[in-house]
Design a protein around this ligand. Structure first.
Ligand code: FE2
Ligand code: FE2
Length: 386
């Protein structure tokens, strides 16, 4: 047996970061063996294929969950809308490096008040933890339960987008020069942030179990409610509304780079929410189940209470043009919109549109980038369908 010399090992370790710099010698070698000749294959012998497997896939047999059709066959589609979501999502391409953040660095250190810095930091602290949760939810707990590939393909794109969002927050945190350990641990030490994350974690953990069986009605109900929570509350309200304090700064000409980053993210999140609610409606129809109004009411109440606590913490003192009252009223208004998309009763009848500019902020149109004087066009393809 040949042993690796000390010199060889030192050479490997010295060049460890550069795998091309040195050919790594084998640490152990096995004694030479005489080659094994495989048995000849008889080309006339037929592999037994079950009769069922030879039938072509009928798209009508596809189901969102609990389907038995071949998951590896994309088309014909049963859910063409899912494919449209995927095509639309691919019109939205950017990376956080595309956006100039230099003015944000100056704004944060020289223009923001203490209250505005508090808002900025905590919005990022909340969002960055949330996006990891959103990625784990769709990628680990939801996608594997889908039984039609066109649904999984959009969700695969969604997983990528959530990680892109996490990169974006990290880019902002790093560029501004915030203390990363402090920012990333904030959700663990600030109760108002922890509470929202905990609600997401509990929903995720309730369906991230190996023994979940969606043919069982209780398990199915738990899965559907978790999907509703993530699409309607977590992404549809807490993200949608969660960006607005920074948009309020952006509207005053402050932290415009961060604001633009969040506009890109917001467009993705609107689609994640719409897709999720569409999938839920399809499951309800196919599995012949209805959402429990009591469970929905409880979900909205808990979401509202958590959002109220978060808003009070975030905006102990209102900043110019934005208050905790604005934030929570807008949450209720958007919650009603999500309920309508889901075709269920509005949880907060009479809630008003406290931030009428928010929808406009979401639909970023072609405009001049203030700092780079380049045309920023969110879509890379033809018109984006909402
Ligand atoms: Fe996200
Ligand atoms: Fe999302």
């Amino acid at each position: 047996m040949r042993t690796t010399t000390m010199n060889q090992l030192q050479s490997v370790l010295a060049n460890w970061d550069d795998p091309l710099a040195v050919a790594i010698p084998p640490l152990l070698t096995t004694p030479a063996q005489s080659p094994v000749t495989p048995a000849p294959v008889d080309p006339s012998a037929e592999m037994p294929i079950p009769e069922e497997a030879l039938k072509p896939v009928n798209p009508d047999d596809k189901r969102v969950i609990n389907g038995l059709t071949d998951i590896n066959q994309l088309a014909p589609f049963k859910y063409p809308w899912a494919w449209e979501f995927f095509l639309n999502a691919n019109k939205n391409h950017w990376t956080p490096l595309d956006i100039n953040m230099s003015q944000d660095v100056h704004d944060y250190h020289h223009k923001l008040t203490l209250e505005e810095r508090h808002v900025y930091e905590n919005v990022l602290a909340y969002l960055t933890t949330s996006d990891i949760l959103a990625m784990r939810n769709i990628g680990l707990a939801v996608m594997e339960k889908m039984s039609a590939p066109e649904l999984q393909i959009y969700q695969a794109r969604q997983v990528y987008e959530e990680s892109l969002h996490t990169w974006t927050y990290q880019h902002c945190i790093e560029t501004i020069g915030l203390d990363q350990s402090e920012i990333y641990n904030r959700y663990r030490v600030v109760p108002a942030i922890y509470r929202k994350i905990k609600m997401g974690n509990e929903r995720l953990n309730s369906i991230l179990t190996t023994d979940i069986d969606l043919r069982n009605r209780d398990d199915l109900e738990r899965f559907v409610m978790a999907y509703v929570f993530f699409a309607a509350v977590f992404e549809g309200c807490w993200f949608y509304n969660g960006f607005s304090p920074i948009f309020a700064l952006q509207r005053r000409g402050l932290m415009k780079g961060t604001g633009e980053q969040l506009q890109y993210i917001m467009r993705d999140e609107v689609m994640h929410c719409a897709f999720g609610l569409r999938v839920v409606r399809q499951i309800l129809q196919e599995e012949n189940i209805t959402l429990d109004p009591k469970a929905l009411a409880q979900m909205w109440q808990e979401a509202e209470a958590a959002e109220e606590g978060y808003a009070q913490y975030l905006l102990k003192e209102p900043i110019l043009g934005y208050s905790a009252q604005d934030h929570i009223e807008q949450f209720r208004f958007i919650a009603n919109r999500r309920a309508k998309q889901l075709k269920v009763a509005e949880p907060f009848p009479g809630a008003t549109n406290a931030l009428p500019w928010l929808d406009e902020q979401a639909s970023m149109r072609k405009e001049k980038n203030f700092f780079e004087t380049r045309v920023t066009e969110y879509q890379t393809g033809a018109s984006l369908q909402w």
